[in-house]
Design a protein around this ligand. Structure first.
Ligand SMILES: [Zn+2]
Length: 433
């Protein structure tokens, strides 16, 4: 859901009363929660981490889409519990970081909610037991005692600090320093955190300014990407397409273009968005070719960055993200930047629709049965932290017997580059309106 829509909905609520909407909120929360509860019963040893990520995604989506003073903190608490559990069972380090993070966020953002002191107590226990941070633990317990003297966690917090019932807390306890919430929950108030608005910069304040477009050919170097039926490599195909696209954008749109790689080299995923940010780009387009388990899937799909609980999108993101995980990428910074990127969510979705439509239309003109798999969302690391509208295009399935053969030809590659160009042009034309 884009911000515009979200804003409209909340205005509607203000005008018509919140009763219908609050039951919708509760239902959405219950759906996300029951997914988690069922999973905890089904997979109590956390054998399938992917499923747990999926359950977390559902909760996270709820957190993002509903800003409810009661249910949002509940969902944050469940996220904390969920990740804490993955850490307990699997020693999943990311689970530990995330659990801490969600408890901190809850306590900082919803200090008046009845779960705030529960979150602080859990936070204290994690710091004490898992993070070997006795000072941090003490701060959390102290915060429970001082800020929630009537809460149900009071006695537990006191006993953690070795204070007997009825005894006064030592005066020398350090002041609790509640987390700032890491600035992340700006997204809850719907505020854009990212810098400039490309609409203003590109077409309003200076119509003659040339757009800066960063094209990102996926993979490269030792990382082949998906492999086609005749051994064709994704990294080679997408580089060809990217170079062709660059030429079109320069010639026809007078755009300044930057490629994240021009040869068969490895470029870390973090580096790719950094290139885009450093160049103050107006758009970021990551070009990829798809593959499926049974080599039977075909079609075109375009992604924007978001959390999702759709299994196939998560699987795809997992594969495209592989090099990030292998490179020890920090998972938490992923969540954070992911949410910061939300400032450009609307524009990214718009761009995704333009490129997707252009691709489907162009290819359908030449080939029968081109499948439009649509615009989707997934947590792609390569789009994380980009301060501009950005999309990831899966131009076709390289391992499909028919599509893969086509994809290996210059003709098809050119067609795709031309279609992507069309999509970008249409996007900017609409921007200039
Ligand atoms: Zn790829």
């Amino acid at each position: 859901m884009g911000w515009t829509l979200l804003l409209c909905c909340s205005l509607l609520v203000a005008a018509t009363g919140a009763s219908a909407d609050s039951s919708k909120t509760r239902q959405a929360y219950e759906r996300a929660r029951s997914g988690y509860v069922a999973l905890a019963e089904r997979d109590s040893d956390v054998d399938d981490l992917m499923e747990w990520e999926q359950a977390a995604s559902s909760l996270l989506i709820f957190v993002r889409e509903y800003r409810d003073p009661d249910y949002t903190p509940r969902a944050l608490f469940l996220l904390g519990r969920l990740y804490e559990f993955t850490y307990e069972k699997r020693r999943f380090q990311t689970g530990l970081t995330r659990a801490t993070y969600f408890y901190e966020s809850l306590a900082a953002q919803y200090p008046r909610h009845s779960l705030a002191d529960d979150a602080l107590l859990r936070l204290g226990d994690l710091r004490r037991d898992a993070l070997a941070d006795p000072d941090g633990a003490q701060q959390a317990y102290t915060a429970v005692i001082e800020s929630y003297p009537n809460g149900d966690m009071l006695e537990q917090a006191r006993s953690r600090l070795g204070i007997a019932a009825g005894e006064a807390a030592p005066a020398s306890m350090p002041e609790p320093t509640p987390s700032s919430g890491l600035g992340l929950f700006g997204f809850l108030s719907g505020k854009s955190k990212a810098g400039k608005d490309s609409k203003e910069v590109f077409s309003r304040s200076d119509p003659k300014r040339r757009p800066v477009i960063v094209i990102d050919p996926g993979h490269g170097g030792e990382e082949d990407g998906a492999i086609g039926i005749d051994g064709v490599k994704e990294k080679d195909v997408v580089l060809n397409i990217s170079l062709m696209l660059e030429e079109l954008l320069q010639d026809r749109l007078r755009a300044k273009t930057v490629l994240t790689r021009r040869t068969d080299v490895h470029v870390p995923l973090q580096e790719r968005t950094k290139i885009a940010n450093d160049h103050d780009a107006d758009l970021f387009i990551s070009v990829h070719a798809n593959a499926s388990v049974y080599h039977a899937a075909k079609g075109i799909e375009t992604y924007y960055l978001d959390n999702t609980n759709d299994k196939s999108s998560l699987k795809l993101a997992e594969r495209e993200n592989a090099s990030w995980q292998a490179g020890g990428g920090d998972d938490l910074s992923f969540i954070l930047s992911d949410l910061i990127q939300n400032g450009k969510l609307d524009e990214s979705i718009t761009l995704a629709h333009y490129t997707q439509d252009a691709l489907h239309e162009s290819l359908s003109r030449y080939y029968r049965g081109v499948k439009n798999l649509g615009v989707k969302k997934a947590p792609f690391y390569v789009l994380v932290g980009a301060h501009m509208p950005c999309v990831l295009v899966e131009v076709s399935f390289i391992d499909h017997p028919v599509e893969g053969k086509r994809l290996a030809t210059r003709r098809y590659q050119k067609l795709i580059a031309a279609a992507l160009y069309e999509g970008v042009r249409a996007y900017f034309e609409r921007e200039g309106e």
